[in-house]
Design a protein around this ligand. Sequence first.
Ligand code: SF4
Length: 206
Amino acid sequence: MEINTIYTASLPVMEHFYTLQGEGFHQGRAAYFIRLGGCDVGCVWCDVKDSWDAGKHPKMSIENLVSEVKKTPSEMVVITGGEPLMHNLNELTTALQAAGLETNIETSGAHPLSGNWNWICLSPKKFKAPLPGILPHANELKVVVFNKSDFDWAEKYAALVSPHCKLFLQPEWDKAATVTPLIIDYIKAHPRWELSLQVHKYIGVP
Ligand code: SF4
């Protein structure tokens, strides 16, 4: 495949690595992560603040990114950030799918949807709410719970996504001791929700 002549975009990449998906519906699957630079959402508890300034991260060509993924036996690529939808992802996802890879995204939805996706994980943030256009396309709604008011926030978006969208509540890492028991009680009372844990942090992989 002569991707060099077809794909011209380049994207700021903070890091890229092959690991296990630690969160949500695909938890436990091998996945190649591409973490793009740039985010203007501003979550106070963000654990990747280094990603915020896209200018700090070197640009990589689509060809180079696909070739790095293809050095591994990965079947699934997760595009994350930062906020990956600050960039147009049409070329990247077209190239990844043409190389036989599943494309997944983790996004706040705060910027217009671009790209061709096998799986969209929407993780809405109070600091910059999602745009309505992404809501019917979300395969998974993953709400990070920082305090009790986040349950109402979660329900607000659960009412807006498609009926087939998987629903996950995930404790914010530093608040996990306090909020995990609240999430357990909430899921027992509202069983359409499931628990998502950041398993990669427990098993010590990136
Ligand atoms: S959207 Fe993600 S990268 Fe951006 S501030 Fe929030 S947690 Fe951090």
